[in-house]
Design a protein around this ligand. Structure first.
Ligand code: ATP
Ligand code: MG
Ligand code: MG
Length: 353
């Protein structure tokens, strides 16, 4: 069979490599860190930085197609690769997803509402932006944030005296988002094939703890119109990006059922891990099918379920979890359980549908 190149060696790359193997593909992972989760199951690792020219040339030479498992792949690397080998999702999707301001402008531009926002580059701009949002909001780094890192919350605070805030945030470009008093959070995992075909999984209801995804519950406690609106927004986003592969889209749901898009992740997504347990074709297999030019599978769901992440010391729960009869455990092969580190997840199945 042919070889799929994967940029990034974390757990998402690992699960992509497993899905690829089941469809008869070989995988090569580009990742500087030795013995990373993905390299443990891939056929081969190229141990180099994501922007290493020689490594990228080698990846292009051995791969029939290249994909990635995290959204901070250097855009230059993806575009350089794309000259000699197909790269999916397209580098343009990376560009939009890497900058929270570009992301919100893109979403608003295709008619999908988000929280109000203001780019912030210094303390004076922060003061002005906070004034505009009545002294509350979430200040985030425009780039590179994940798991709630690089964020600071302001709630009903004074509208002045923020000297030093931008320096404390690392003197990088920032964005102030208005604080959304959401009723719940959901996400839609959707996929677009090479022929433009679409599939979307049922929305998951997500709970975050300390900025990190804690659980995803199916079904989400939302009406069918809200679910349909979220899936329609996903379809619009995929078409606008001329996308190929799986995307994860996070939404806030307001008390009246209205949707605001929070962010898009141009890759398989943590809130879609339940699909490996409750669906015949998981998000990982859908992604491999899409980037390999195969037909998409059925996103239908056969169980109600709850996925929970195992973070740091949560690994101590593993013996008790394994004693549960209807629970699927998935561990990432990380040796050391550091605080805040995603070690694995489980999906607890309830009602058969
Ligand atoms: P991820 O790991 O999902 O990429 P991230 O670091 O990019 O996370 P966000 O998704 O922007 O962070 O924010 C993390 C969480 O913080 C959200 O899921 C939500 O619970 C809360 N949050 C973010 N922005 C807002 C907002 N504008 N108003 C209210 N809550 C917010
Ligand atoms: Mg994010
Ligand atoms: Mg998020």
């Amino acid at each position: 069979g042919s070889t799929i190149g994967i940029i990034g060696g974390g757990q998402l790359g690992r699960m992509l490599a497993m899905a690829a193997a089941r469809l008869g593909y070989r995988t090569v992972v580009l990742e500087p860190q030795p013995d990373c989760p993905a390299a443990q199951v891939a056929n081969r690792q190229i141990a180099a930085a994501y922007d290493d020219t020689a490594a990228l040339a080698e990846l292009a030479a051995v791969s029939a197609v290249v994909t990635y498992e995290f959204e901070n792949v250097p855009v230059m690397a993806a575009s350089a690769l794309a000259v000699t080998v197909p790269v999916y999702p397209p580098a343009s999707a990376l560009e939009v997803a890497q900058d929270r301001v570009a992301e919100k402008k893109f979403l608003n531009g295709i008619g999908i509402p988000t929280a109000d926002f203001c780019p912030v580059d210094n303390d004076d701009e922060l003061t002005a932006a906070l004034k505009k949002f009545d002294g509350s909001g979430i200040l985030k780094t425009r780039r590179m944030g994940y798991d709630g890192k690089g964020q600071r919350v302001f709630r009903n605070m004074e509208t002045g005296g923020f000297g030093g805030t931008c320096e404390a945030m690392g003197n990088v470009p920032l964005i102030l988002e208005s604080f959304v008093a959401f009723e719940r959070e959901i996400s839609v995992i959707a996929v677009r094939g090479m022929d433009g075909s679409l599939a979307a999984y049922d929305p998951a209801e997500n709970v975050h703890r300390n900025g990190i995804l804690h659980s995803s519950t199916l079904p989400a406690r939302i009406g069918s119109e809200t679910a349909a609106a979220a899936q329609a927004a996903a379809a619009k986003i995929l078409a606008a990006l001329d996308y190929v592969g799986v995307i994860g889209i996070e939404f806030f749901i307001l008390a009246d059922g209205a949707l605001l898009a929070n962010e898009i992740a141009p890759r398989v997504h943590n809130s879609g891990h339940w699909t490996e347990a409750a669906c015949i074709v998981s998000q990982f297999e859908q992604h491999i099918r899409a980037v390999a030019g195969l037909p998409l599978g059925n996103p239908g769901r056969h169980f109600d379920c709850v996925m929970e992440n195992l973070i740091g010391d949560d690994v101590l729960r593993i013996p008790a979890l394994l004693a549960e009869p209807d629970l699927m455990l998935h561990l990432y092969g990380k040796a050391e359980a550091r605080p805040g580190r995603k070690m694995g997840h489980f999906t607890r199945m309830s009602r058969h549908r």
